[in-house]
Design a protein around this ligand. Structure first.
Ligand code: UDX
Length: 424
């Protein structure tokens, strides 16, 4: 059992901390934000993440998980210090290392000799060195241990990772970090820091590439009269391709893919490689939001001036309350710029957002709308009474940007249905 400090209690830090407490370690999570720490100490969590609240409460009740303000106080007695602070995108596309350097400088004087600092934030290749320099402690090892948690299934992903990647110049330090995860059955890859850091970017860029690829194929399907769902089924049975991350939609968003793909383009550029393929992946993603916008315009009869659009789903995907880089919000901005008034509904949003009225339920969002557009794949949208929606609306057009609904059953309720990459 080890003493672990987590610096940065966002979704990665909080989930990792609660998980490590569950497997038996003594964990102290630190954050700069006193309000967040107060909320956590009060037995609540600041994000929507299935299973996380229970895991946090279990750790707190068992005396293995606590929350405090300030990184240095958390690091004082720790054998391991995880840096889980944000790495936002800087103005030039590169990741901004300001927070991670500040965190390293803050914990440096407090660190025990022979402790290990573990970088979990997504950072450009070479950042292990940046952290080492900021720490300036020759008796402390710095190890890269990228996270691959998906929002909405972060707890599940912690317990069932596809792999554990540890990058270190010091094999003994890497083994010590691996031991933190010893109860987890997953392939373990111990490698050098640059490779570990690249694995994270390459994985996210590859997944974004799969989605942009299937979105591009959906566009081809629309042009040639094929059905993308059948095409994906036929592709996915090939084990080299698989079924995962081939769901067409309004484009990828969230806190990782948009910033990590841009950062990788920049990392490559700085290293003298023009990553044209990845630039294309990003361009297809932008285009996809415009294509959904055009579908809504067409569904409204060619113009959105003076029309009301009902928009279901505001988060970047279902099972999270995260709106960062949400394609839904981007598309809504485009719709309002074209003259639409937007009435939105999302299970995690109660207050109005700029440029739209946020309604209390899906039916209220439909009132007076010419078009209903489904932007996030919340399961509950499948079970809505579409007859009631149709009756509340001024028009009968439905654009399903996630291919979530059954076209036949919504058509039976009088809707004109348009999906993505399918003609029927
Ligand atoms: C991602 C990575 O999956 C995770 O490993 C990494 O650590 C953090 O970034 P996350 O951002 O939580 O996780 O979401 P993810 O489930 O990967 O989805 C990203 C975006 O792609 C979402 O906007 C989602 O709606 C979209 N997506 C995903 C699709 O449009 N189609 C798909 O088939 C899959």
């Amino acid at each position: 059992m080890a003493d672990v400090a987590i610096v940065g209690t966002g979704y990665v830090g909080l989930t990792t901390g609660a998980f490590l407490a569950h497997v038996g370690h003594r964990v102290t999570c630190a954050d700069l934000d006193p309000a967040k720490i107060e909320l956590l100490n009060g037995g609540d969590i600041p994000i929507v993440e299935p299973g996380l609240l229970e895991l946090v409460r279990e750790g707190v009740d068992g005396g293995r998980l606590r929350f405090i303000v300030g990184a240095a106080s958390a690091a004082v007695n720790a054998d391991f210090v995880f840096l889980c602070v944000q790495t936002p995108q800087g103005s030039d596309g590169a990741a901004d290392l300001r927070y991670i350097e500040a965190a390293a400088r803050e914990v440096a004087p407090a660190l025990r000799s022979q402790s290990v600092v573990i970088n979990k934030s997504t950072v450009p290749v070479g950042s292990t060195l940046v952290v080492e320099r900021a720490l300036s402690r020759s008796d402390v090892n710095v190890v890269s241990n990228p996270e691959f948690l998906r929002e909405g299934s972060a707890v599940h992903d912690c317990f069932h990772p596809d792999r554990i990647v540890i990058g270190s110049e010091d094999h003994a330090a890497a083994i010590r970090v691996a031991e933190l995860y010893e109860s987890i059955k997953a392939p373990l890859l111990i490698t050098d820091p640059a490779s570990a850091e690249t694995i994270k970017y390459a994985s996210n860029a590859f997944l974004a590439t799969k989605i942009s690829f299937v979105n591009a194929i959906a566009n081809v399907c629309e042009a040639v009269g094929a059905d993308v769902r059948e095409v994906v089924l036929g592709m996915g049975y090939d084990k080299r391709i698989g079924f995962e991350f081939l769901r067409p939609g309004p484009g990828w968003g969230g806190s990782c893919f948009p910033k990590d793909t841009k950062a990788l383009v920049r990392i490559a550029e700085d290293a003298g490689y023009d990553f044209d393929l990845l630039k294309g992946v990003i361009a297809v993603n932008e285009e996809q939001k415009e294509r959904i916008t055009i579908k809504v315009v067409e569904a409204a009869g060619g113009s959105l001036q003076g029309t009301t659009v009902a928009a279901w789903g505001l988060t970047f995907k279902a099972r999270t309350d995260d709106q960062r880089d949400s394609p839904a919000l981007d598309i809504i901005r485009r719709l309002t710029a074209l003259g639409a008034s937007v009435r939105a509904y999302d299970p995690t949003v109660t207050d109005d957002l700029p440029g739209m009225e946020v309604c209390a339920d899906p039916y209220a969002a439909c009132e007076g709308a010419a078009v209903l557009v489904v932007l996030t794949e919340w399961d509950e949208f499948r079970w809505v009474d579409f007859g009631k929606c149709r009756a509340a609306m001024a028009g009968a057009a439905l654009v399903d940007a996630r291919n979530l609904l059954d076209p036949a059953s919504v058509r039976r309720q009088g809707f004109a249905y348009t999906g993505v990459g399918r003609v029927s």
